[in-house]
Each structure stands twice: as structure tokens, then as C-alpha cells.
Unconditional design. Structure first.
Length: 400
């Protein structure tokens, strides 16, 4: 684009009068149009900041003044030719049309860059949303097997909740068994006589017709001892199972809590990073929008004068009203207006409603407690109602 405009301007120099105001110097004109015409240099100018834009504005203002002065000369002289030299004020119509087309193309480039900026903004917003999407995917994944890093939070929670219920049910049953054992063994311990010097007392075990004076019979001792021993065996078996269930619950909670913590830390870090990137992108695009609109309005002024020159002719002379209109009419720049959408809210993670009844304990973690095995709050919360008979395993931390 730049080469075309510069080439056209070289032609313009052949038509302009020595005292003409179309171009005060070829070097100055070329410098101005290089900045305005080349796409790569134009992009660099946008990114160079407000100082660069002011310089472009100054140069474009000079172009505006030159074309306006050319129109003014035509209007003031009432002729398409310089009355002093007889030479035409204007270069060929083809040349003016070429130059005007270049500024039209520049506006097309500005619209294209607006579209690109909108695409950059959209991607920045998508990156924020992707943090929430990744969090949801990590929650909803069904894997709880060997690929632990990809295990689903809710799947691990479900496993943990099942282990919690299994352990609680076992411990409650253990309490019943212990109470039964204590009663049966106390009944044995409370017997007044567990042995006797009278041989009839022993003989009576096999023959109820034998009379033996004692507080209780040997049959009673054996029955109560057998009941106590059976209850002890039951408690021993149940206790071993409940200890195993408690370990399984602890391990499943550790896996669940660790995965949840990892997902939430990753999610929050992702969201903070991408929202910072979005803020930076918003600021950069907003600055570009201002600069691009500034250039759009400047080009609009020049374009107005060029249009008047292209349309000028012996039977369609520009008037003072033409100049006044170009000078005073505001150039609308709404074509370059960009919409800045609100950032997507950060998903709840630790306090996500999908965690349901585990919210209270995990909320404690959010408040600063390491709500996991080894933590007193965790132990008192999870083992509430199960501490009777001092039967529980020790509260040991994850990994131990």
C-alpha cells in the first residue's frame, strides 16, 4: 500500500504548482503517508503509545491542512486553475482517486484490526472460562483407579462417603457387641461360686438329680463362661473389621481431600492468572481502540477533502460550505467501538454445592483448618458418636 501511495504522490508533484500547497515537500509527504499507509508500520505505530499517535496526528493534520488549503485556493479563485500561472490546481482525477482509495483501504485495515482485537479479547475470556471448565471436569471425572491424578473429585468423595458409612455402621455394631460382651462377662464375673470343694457340685453337671448346696450350679458357670467367651470372640472379630474399615475410611478421605485440594489450588491459580491476563488484554485493547479511533477520525477529515477534490470540476466547483462541512462535521468512529464483556465468575471449589454434606467440614478448611486425618477438628467431627468404649484407632495423619 505504501509504495502505491508514494508512487501516486510522485505523480502529484508533477501536477502541483511551484507555490501550490498540496505538498510542501516530497519528503514530508512521503513520511506522513508511510506511517498512515503501511500495515506493518501502522501496527507498530499503534503499539508505540500515545506519543507515536500524537506524531501521526500532527502529520495527518498537516495533510488535512494541505488539502483544505488546496480547496480554499480553488474556492477563493473561483477557478480550477491558478490565475497567476494558469496551471491547474489539481492533479489528474485518476491520481486523486488512487490516493482516496488508499485511505479507504486504511479504514478497512482499521476495521480488520478491530476484529482481530475482538478475537484476542474473546480468547482471553475463553481462557478464564476454561479454568472453570477444567475444574468441573476434574470434579465430574469418573476415574478412581490407578490413574489417580485424573481421578474425579466427586467419584473420590462418593468412595469416601461409602467408607465413612461402612466404618460408622461397623463401630455402632461394635458398641452393641461390646455392651453385650460386658454384660455377659459381668454375669460370669458376678457368679458367687465358680468352683466348689463338694464333689457332688461337679457331679451335678451330668446328673441334675444329684443334690449339691451352692450359690449356683456348674452348668450356670459353664453357660455364662461360654457366653462371655463367645461375646469376646465376636468383639475381637468385629473390632478387627472396624479397625480395617477405619483405616479404609481414613485412606479414602486422604485421597479425596488431597485431590480436591489439588484441583482447587490449580483452579484458583488458573483463574487468577487468566483474569490478570484478561485485565492486561482489556487495557491493551482499550488503548488500541482509542488510538485506532484517533487515526480513523484523522483519516476521515483527509478523506472528506479528498472526496471534494475528486468531485471538483468546472461544473461542480467546491464552495466555502464544502470546506466548512469538512472542517466542522464530527467524524463518527462507532465502527471501531469494542464491547468489553464482564469476566466470568470464579467457580466455587472447596465450597461447591456439589460437595453437599461435606461442605461444613471443608468450609472449616477454607477458614484455615487442615480438615483431614491427623487434624483434631477432623477427628472430632468424623468420629462424633463413635468414641464410646475407647475403641477407635489413633488419629494419624495422611501418609502414615
Amino acid at each position: 500500500m505504501v509504495r502505491i501511495i508514494i508512487s501516486a504522490l510522485s505523480v502529484c508533484g508533477a501536477y502541483a504548482s511551484e507555490s501550490g500547497v498540496l505538498m510542501q515537500s516530497q519528503a514530508q509527504a512521503d513520511g506522513t503517508l508511510v506511517m498512515l499507509g503501511a500495515n506493518d508500520q501502522f501496527a507498530n505505530a499503534l503499539q508505540a503509545g500515545s506519543g507515536r499517535v500524537r506524531k501521526m496526528q500532527e502529520n495527518t493534520k498537516q495533510m488535512e491542512d494541505q488539502y483544505r488549503a488546496l480547496l480554499q485556493n480553488i474556492v477563493s479563485s473561483g477557478s480550477m486553475a491558478n490565475p497567476e500561472t494558469g496551471k491547474p490546481w489539481l492533479p489528474s482525477q485518476d491520481f486523486l482517486t488512487v490516493v482516496k482509495d488508499q485511505f479507504t483501504a486504511l479504514k478497512t485495515e482499521l476495521l480488520s484490526e478491530k476484529s482481530q482485537n475482538e478475537g484476542i479479547l474473546e480468547q482471553a475470556h475463553n481462557n478464564v472460562v476454561q479454568c472453570n471448565t477444567a475444574r468441573k471436569s476434574a470434579f465430574d471425572a469418573t476415574d478412581v483407579g490407578v490413574k489417580w491424578p485424573s481421578a474425579g473429585v466427586l467419584a473420590l468423595q462418593s468412595t469416601m462417603q461409602g467408607a465413612r458409612t461402612t466404618h460408622s455402621t461397623c463401630r455402632n455394631g461394635e458398641d452393641v457387641d461390646i455392651t453385650d460382651m460386658e454384660g455377659k462377662c459381668a454375669a460370669f464375673d458376678d457368679l458367687a461360686s465358680k468352683c466348689d470343694e463338694n464333689q457332688d457340685w461337679y457331679a451335678q453337671y451330668n446328673d441334675a438329680n444329684i443334690a449339691a448346696t451352692a450359690a449356683n450350679t456348674l452348668q450356670t458357670v459353664v453357660a455364662k463362661a461360654t457366653a462371655c467367651k463367645g461375646a469376646v470372640d465376636t468383639v475381637t472379630t468385629t473390632a478387627a473389621q472396624c479397625d480395617t474399615d477405619q483405616t479404609a475410611f481414613k485412606q479414602s478421605f486422604c485421597a479425596y481431600e488431597h485431590r480436591l485440594d489439588s484441583v482447587c489450588v490449580t483452579h484458583h491459580s488458573c483463574y487468577e492468572l487468566q483474569t490478570r491476563n484478561l485485565d492486561t488484554t482489556n487495557s491493551s485493547v482499550a488503548a488500541l481502540e482509542i488510538e485506532q479511533k484517533t487515526i480513523w477520525r484523522m483519516v476521515g477529515k483527509v478523506e472528506c477533502y479528498l472526496t471534494a477534490l475528486v468531485n471538483a470540476g468546472a461544473t461542480s466547483m467546491p464552495t466555502q460550505a464544502t470546506i466548512t462541512s469538512c472542517s466542522g462535521t464530527p467524524i463518527a468512529d462507532s465502527d471501531l467501538t469494542i464491547t468489553y464483556n464482564a469476566v466470568a465468575a470464579e467457580d466455587e471449589c472447596m465450597k461447591n454445592n456439589a460437595l453437599r454434606e461435606d461442605y461444613a467440614g471443608l468450609h472449616a478448611k477454607v477458614q484455615g483448618s487442615n480438615y483431614r486425618p491427623g487434624d483434631e477438628l477432623w477427628y472430632h467431627t468424623e468420629m462424633a458418636g463413635l468414641t464410646t468404649h475407647n475403641k477407635l484407632n489413633d488419629n494419624v495423619a495422611c501418609g502414615r
